[in-house]
Design a protein around this ligand. Structure first.
Ligand code: SAM
Length: 471
């Protein structure tokens, strides 16, 4: 039975409820008065239920679609301004005992090179990332209790935070590792992680079990209930995601929103982020073997509707997507993007992009400087800010700040100051010139005069090389 407050996966992601939702959406996809009322509700920033959002997803009316896209852009601006948070993934190990059929790290793949970074190699990767200008990482690892136990992950986190190269520092480590125990989540929390990210891959239990035929990840309930354990372990910020292409997107969309509703109902706070990866070609993985791939148009519609349904949740897009697709969805609500990513273990130390341990092909292969410049040329502020979790702005505290619009008074100045740091330390001359002009123009958009003054003072200090404050 469907029960968003239940802690049982099959009750909060209830198959029958999803089927009924899809049937309801199909019946109402031409019901314009209902569609208008749902759009109006979204306009009031009240978010949408999985049923309401599914009706909009089913609607094919071109005019309504335009309206949805427009509104997604407006909500994005209202809550996230023109800031785009930057991060990079760091692959620690591709040892894995799971059998995920879409991932080249699956256990049966005998020809992919297996690699696990030593602490010296972690340090070298971090230095390479710091030298690009990155401040925020998402660490990635396969599931292998012998090769990648939690102690290894914790040691890597410690190493990452300890490296201070030139003006560089990694100030926030998000973690994307397999579902684990409450005890291990508690250890991750104590290690000072930012967001715990775990993609559901698919919410469809039967497909999930087929796509994960072997290994611990086969257990649908254990995987689906991971975020509840993470929150029980004290982690406030969790990141959801679906790997689009595995199952029917309408099913996944309803499941994803039900998961968000469940977290809100049980823990009083929804997901901090939602990621929207699509299957990519990889070593022995052919994406055409999965028949649920979605077009760029549907992808954009999904991003826009996530923005309407959960207006306060960050949305992440990786370099799986091309520059063109990223450009489109950034306008519709994406708030975080990766730049200059290498999806291989040890990839950042190499001159050329190594492919022998790569998890998937990267579409956007630009340097961080190019990505930063491109964002600024479109009028966005690339933000390297990581202050929230250090300042205790996590979970519901972050959400209430976001809901009240107060975020403009802290995220906006912090974004400008961290961009200034980036420009001073790492940017090319061309990027620097564009950035300096943007910062000057953006200073005017800080609503409170006293905050603007403090921001100006900090900017001047950065200019003099004084960094006695942390963003
Ligand atoms: N091993 C961890 C787990 O089981 O959740 C997480 C890390 S895995 C390195 C990160 C994500 O990459 C997976 O959750 C999956 O969604 C995604 N991924 C795997 N194979 C992919 C492919 N061929 N194309 C795009 N994304 C893929």
């Amino acid at each position: 039975m469907y029960n968003p407050k239940s802690l049982k996966a099959e009750e909060f992601i209830n198959h029958e409820e999803i089927l009924e939702t899809l049937a309801y959406a199909e019946q109402n996809k031409d019901n314009l008065p209902l569609i208008d009322s749902i759009i109006e509700k979204a306009r009031l920033c009240k978010g949408l239920s999985h049923r309401e959002a599914s009706v909009l997803l089913a609607c094919e009316d071109q005019e309504k679609l335009e309206e949805i896209f427009q509104l997604a852009g407006e909500l994005k601006k209202r809550f996230y301004g023109n800031r785009i948070v930057m991060f990079a993934p760091l692959y620690l190990s591709n040892y894995c005992i799971n059998g995920c059929t879409y991932c080249p790290y699956h256990m049966k793949n005998k020809h992919i090179a297996r690699k696990k970074l030593t602490q010296e190699e972690v340090a070298a990767e971090v230095i390479a990332l710091q030298d690009m200008g990155h401040k925020r990482l998402a660490i990635e690892a396969g599931e292998d209790p012998v090769n990648n136990p939690i102690e290894y992950i914790l040691e890597c986190i410690q190493t990452i935070y300890s490296i201070k190269h030139r003006n560089g520092a990694i100030r926030r480590v998000n973690v994307n590792i397999a579902a684990t125990t409450v005890e291990n989540y508690r250890k991750l929390k104590e290690a000072g992680i930012g967001t715990y990210i775990l993609f559901q891959e698919t919410y469809h239990k039967e497909s999930y079990e087929k796509l994960h035929p072997t290994g611990p990840k086969h257990d649908y309930a254990y995987h689906t209930e991971a975020m509840d354990r993470a929150m029980e372990g004290g982690i406030d910020d969790v990141g959801l995601g679906v790997l689009f292409g595995l199952e029917l997107y309408k099913y996944e969309f309803a499941g994803l929103l039900m998961h968000a509703e469940h977290l809100e109902a049980v823990h009083g706070v929804g997901p901090h982020t939602i990621s929207v990866p699509r299957i990519k070609h990889a070593d022995d993985i052919d994406p055409s073997a999965f028949d649920n791939s979605i077009s760029d148009e549907i992808f954009a519609k999904l991003c826009a509707l996530i923005r309407l349904a959960v207006p306060y949740t960050g949305m992440i897009i990786s370099t799986r997507e091309s520059k063109e697709v990223r450009e489109k969805v950034i306008r519709l609500g994406v708030s975080q993007i990766s730049g200059a990513s290498r999806t291989s273990v040890g990839g950042y130390q190499e001159e050329e992009r190594p492919t022998d341990t790569e998890q998937f092909d990267v579409s956007d292969q630009r340097t961080l400087d190019e990505v930063v410049r491109w964002l600024m040329e479109m009028g966005y502020i690339p933000s390297f800010c990581t202050a929230c979790y250090r300042e205790g702005r996590t979970g519901d505290r972050f959400m209430s700040l976001c809901k009240s619009g107060q975020i403009q008074n802290c995220c906006h100045p912090n974004a400008l100051m961290t961009l200034k740091e980036y420009l001073m330390d790492y940017a090319s001359e061309e990027t620097k010139a564009i950035g300096e002009a943007l910062i000057q123009a953006e200073l005017q958009n800080i609503p409170k005069e006293n905050v603007r003054t403090v921001c100006k003072e900090h900017l001047a200090k950065i200019e003099q090389g004084i960094r006695d404050f942390r963003f």
